[in-house]
Design a protein around this ligand. Structure first.
Ligand code: KG4
Ligand code: ZN
Length: 353
């Protein structure tokens, strides 16, 4: 069966088509992402109404391109992000998907964006990991994957989730203030590096010394799995204030020191949770999972401290927002499909209550 995914929750307009065969080969037939970075960069962040207008302009051409790339396949199910996200942005994708479902007379399913990020870890192999029987509409199977610990690190969220099986989640901890990606974006702004901050900080950090500045590791030793990044951002602001001039060397050193502080906290908490909950696999996802240092250090530390545990990290292109991950969730929930009239966007939709 072919699933068409639609994602417009923030500033990426994306449409993807995946072939989903339970127990058989699964492949991405097309995945098109149109980024609005250039549009929002002058404002230092996403402007919701501009984002919605750009989604409106882009959705049809992106949809057409996805169809052409996939060779105009038959579509069996439409999967669309319904939240969390910016309402003006979400509404464009949701209304487009509903109109499509009505016109083509196809079933439609509303997908939680965070669940999409989790399933970026299955984008390329969801066929391989499924078994032919379903429980409660979800594909279930016996494998070494579950229980899995998933670290979601994006621009809007930082959560540690225990995934007991497909579709079964327990929230272990989350950020009490800023998300990890948000902290990257704010620190980049303080350093005058532009938007989005993550990729620029990561690039500058490559030429900097991660030990140059002594920054805090907030909540590193707290007795829970929550995070906090706003104090770290404030510490960066105070450090910067002390400098007369932000030289290139200083910016590189600050970028490296900040990145190291974030990565240290994210990895230590993930490793501790993996041990406490005796998981079989660890996964990371979301835009910050594209960070090279996080990917490399997580790989090293899981190997060293969690022997025998599988680590999954999506391809970089599936860490930031994309519709292939949304269609992939649809692959696992294909039996829970609804009527187009019942699909609604929800800005604050939660994955786990
Ligand atoms: O998942 P995503 O595309 O959108 C949300 O759902 O929020 O994540 C975007 C976030 C931004 O804050 C961006 O700065 C961050 O991911 N990001 C990175 C990197 N690439 C994107 N953060 C650190 N290092 C990167 N290489
Ligand atoms: Zn996202």
């Amino acid at each position: 069966m072919n699933i068409l995914g639609i994602e417009t929750s923030c500033d990426d307009t994306s449409v993807a088509i995946i072939e989903c065969c339970f127990g058989e080969v699964n492949q991405i037939l097309s995945s098109v992402v149109s980024s609005q970075i250039k549009l929002h960069a002058p404002f230092g962040g996403v402007v919701p109404n501009l984002a919605a207008r750009a989604h409106l302009e882009n959705i049809k051409p992106v949809f057409n391109q996805a169809l052409i790339k996939a060779n105009n396949p038959k579509i069996d199910l439409i999967a669309v992000t319904i939240g969390p996200g910016l309402i003006p942005s979400l509404l464009v994708g949701v209304n487009f998907a509903k109109a499509l479902a009505y016109n083509l007379n196809k079933p439609i399913i509303g997908i939680n964006h965070l669940e999409g990020h989790l399933y970026a870890n299955w984008v390329k192999e969801c066929g391989r990991l499924s078994l032919p029987h379903h429980v409660g509409g979800l594909a279930s199977h016996i494998s070494q994957t579950f229980p899995a610990l998933c670290l979601i690190v994006s621009g809007g969220h930082t959560q540690l989730i225990l995934m007991k099986d497909h579709g079964q989640y327990q929230l272990l901890g989350e950020t009490r203030d800023d998300a990890a990606g948000e902290a990257f974006d704010k620190v980049a702004k303080l350093l005058g590096l532009g938007y989005p901050g993550g990729p620029i900080i990561s690039k500058r950090a490559e030429s900097g010394n991660p030990d140059a500045l002594n920054l805090p590791r907030p909540m590193l030793n707290s007795n829970d799995f929550d995070f906090s990044f706003s104090g770290l951002k404030t510490a960066v602001r105070y450090e910067i204030k002390k400098e007369k001039k932000l030289t290139n060397k200083y910016i590189n050193d600050m970028a490296a020191s900040f990145e190291q502080a974030v990565v240290d906290v994210l990895i230590s908490k993930t490793i501790k949770a993996a041990k406490d909950y005796n998981v079989k696999s660890v996964m990371i996802s979301g835009g910050v999972a594209a960070n090279k240092k996080l990917r490399e250090e997580m790989t090293k530390r899981v190997k060293k401290e969690l022997s025998g545990i599988e680590l999954r990290i999506p391809d970089i292109s599936f860490c930031t927002d994309n519709a292939a991950m949304i269609a992939t969730v649809g692959c696992y929930k294909k039996d829970i499909k609804g009527d187009w009239q019942k699909i609604e966007a929800s800005a604050n939709l939660r994955l786990v209550a």
